[in-house]
Design a protein around this ligand. Structure first.
Ligand code: PFF
Length: 453
C-alpha cells in the first residue's frame, strides 16, 4: 500500500522494472530495427535520441505526475487533476487507445509465438522463397493467427488478475533480467560473425544524406510508441508508485533502459544481416521474412547454432511483447474495476473479452478476410496507424497542455520535486519544455502529416 492507501509496487526497483517492461517491447525489438534499417541507420538513431530527451522524458514525467497525484485509474485521474469533466475524456481516450493497441499488438505477439513454435520444430529451415511463402500462408490462415493472438491475451490476463504485486511486479522482476540475458547472448553471437563490423558501422556511423522530414516524423512516432506515451499506461502505473519515488529520475532510468534495449536489438540484427549480405531495409517483414534467412545463411556451417539463435530470438520477442501487453491490459482493468465498482477479476475479464474481439478481427484482416479493411488498409494496419500516428500523439499533446497550462503549478512542482526535496533546479526547464517545446513539436508533426507545412 502507498501512503494514500492504494496498492503499490513493493520496491522502487520493481516499479522501475515493471514500467521499463511496458516501454520495452516489440517497439524496441521489431519496430526500432526496421525503422533504423529504412531511415539510414545511425542518423535516425541520433534524431530518435533527441526526441526521447526533449519530448519523451518530459511527456513521461507529465503522465507520472497525473497518475501519482490522483492515485486512480486514468479517466478519474485526468478529471481529478484538472477539475473539469472534459479532461476526463482524455483519460477515457487513453483507455480506448490502449485497448486498440492491445488488440493489434497481440496479433503480432501471436505471430512471434507461432514463429517460436516453428523454430522449435524446425519448420523455418527452407530457402528464401519457402520462408516468404510460410509467412504468407500463416497470415492468410483463418484460424491460427487469431488463435495465437487470443492465447497471448489470455496469458496476459492470467498475470494481471494476480494483482500489482503478485502478478505484474513479480513477472516483470523475472522477465526483464531474462530478456537482457537473451539479448546479450544474441548480440554476442551476431557480432562474432565474419563481416559483422559492417552492421555495427551502419548502426554507429551517421549518414546525414538520408535524413528527410519523414525521418523526423518516424523518430518522433517511434519515441511515443516505444515509451508507451499517450495511452494512459504510464499514468496508470504511476498511480501505484510510492510518494517517495523521484518521478524525473524514474523517467530517465526507463528512457535509458528502453534506448539500451533498442540499440542492442540493432546490434543483434544488423551485424548478422550484413554478414550474409542481406539488406536490413525490408520494413515490418524484417523479423518474420528476412531474419529466418539470415539465421539460416549466417550459421550455415553450424546449423545447431542457427537453430538455437532462432529459438532464443523468437522467445525474446514473445517475452518483450508480454511485459508490454501486461501494462496495456492493466490500464483497462483498473478502469473497469474502479469505474464499474466491480472486482478486479471482472474488470480484467471485460478488458480481455473486448481486446480478444479486436485481436480476432485484426488477425482475420491480414489475409483470411480481406474485406476487413478501412481506408485501403487492413484492420491491423489501420489500428496501428490510428493509435501510433493519431491517438497517442493527441493523448501526449493533451497531457502536456494539461500539466503545462491547466493544473495548479503548486501540484506540478510538489510532484516533480517531491515537495521541494529533489531535482528542484531542473523543474523550470521541465515546465518550459512541457508548456512550449512539446506542444509545438507535436502540432508541427500533425500539420506536416496533413500536408500544411
Ligand atoms: N512501448 C511498447 C513497445 O515499445 O513495444 C508498446 C506500448 C506499450 C504501447 C504500452 C502502448 C502501451 F500502453
Amino acid at each position: 500500500m502507498n501512503q494514500s492507501g492504494r496498492t503499490s509496487f513493493a520496491t522502487k526497483f520493481g516499479a522501475v522494472l515493471a514500467t521499463a517492461g511496458s516501454a520495452v517491447g516489440l517497439g524496441n525489438v521489431w519496430r526500432f530495427p526496421y525503422m533504423t534499417g529504412e531511415d539510414g541507420g545511425a542518423a535516425f538513431i541520433l534524431i530518435y535520441l533527441v526526441c526521447v530527451l526533449m519530448l519523451g522524458i518530459p511527456g513521461m514525467i507529465s503522465e507520472f505526475i497525473i497518475g501519482r497525484h490522483a492515485g486512480s485509474n486514468a479517466a478519474r485521474a485526468y478529471r481529478r487533476l484538472a477539475a473539469g469533466k472534459a479532461w476526463m475524456l482524455i483519460g477515457v481516450m487513453g483507455v480506448l487507445t490502449s485497448m486498440i493497441v492491445l488488440g493489434f499488438y497481440a496479433v503480432v505477439a501471436g505471430w512471434c509465438l507461432q514463429y517460436l513454435y516453428a523454430s522449435l520444430v524446425g519448420q523455418l529451415s527452407g530457402d528464401a522463397n519457402y520462408v516468404a511463402a510460410y509467412f504468407n500462408d500463416f497470415t492468410h490462415n483463418p484460424v491460427m493467427p487469431a488463435f495465437w493472438a487470443v492465447a497471448f491475451i489470455l496469458i496476459t490476463h492470467f498475470v494481471v488478475v494476480h494483482g500489482i504485486h503478485s502478478g505484474i511486479e513479480k513477472v516483470s522482476n523475472l522477465l526483464m533480467p531474462t530478456l537482457f540475458i537473451l539479448l546479450i547472448v544474441l548480440v554476442g553471437a551476431s557480432c562474432m560473425l565474419p563481416g559483422a563490423w559492417r552492421g555495427v558501422d551502419f548502426l554507429l556511423n551517421p549518414d546525414f544524406s538520408k535524413v528527410s522530414s519523414t525521418v523526423f516524423l518516424d523518430a518522433l512516432g517511434q519515441a511515443f510508441f516505444s515509451l508507451s506515451l499517450g495511452t494512459a499506461c504510464l499514468c496508470t502505473y504511476a498511480s501505484y508508485f510510492s510518494r517517495r519515488t523521484n518521478l524525473a529520475k524514474t523517467a530517465c532510468q526507463i528512457a535509458i533502459i528502453d534506448m539500451l534495449v533498442a540499440i542492442l536489438a540493432g546490434l543483434m540484427i544488423f551485424p548478422a544481416a550484413f554478414s550474409v549480405g542481406i539488406s536490413p531495409d525490408s520494413g515490418p517483414a524484417l523479423i518474420f521474412i528476412t531474419l529466418p534467412n539470415v539465421f539460416r545463411e549466417a550459421f550455415a556451417s553450424m546449423p545447431i547454432v542457427g537453430y538455437i539463435m532462432s529459438v532464443l530470438f523468437y522467445m525474446l520477442l514473445a517475452l518483450a511483447a508480454l511485459t508490454s501487453t501486461i501494462s496495456m491490459h492493466e490500464i483497462g482493468t483498473a478502469f473497469f474495476h474502479e469505474e464499474l465498482h466491480c472486482s478486479r477479476r471482472i474488470g480484467a475479464t471485460i478488458e480481455t473479452v473486448v481486446c480478444c474481439v479486436i485481436a480476432i478481427l485484426c488477425a482475420l484482416s491480414c489475409g483470411a478476410y480481406k474485406g476487413l479493411s478501412i481506408a485501403g488498409r487492413t484492420l491491423l494496419d489501420f489500428c496501428d496507424f490510428l493509435t501510433a500516428q493519431i491517438l497517442m500523439p493527441v493523448g501526449a499533446l493533451a497531457t502536456c497542455l494539461l500539466i503545462g497550462w491547466f493544473v495548479p503549478k503548486r501540484i506540478v512542482r510538489d510532484e516533480f520535486t517531491n515537495r521541494g526535496t529533489t531535482w528542484v533546479k531542473v523543474y523550470g526547464i521541465f515546465l518550459f519544455i512541457v508548456r512550449f517545446v512539446c506542444p509545438v513539436c507535436i502540432i508541427a508533426v500533425f500539420l506536416h502529416q496533413a500536408g500544411v507545412v
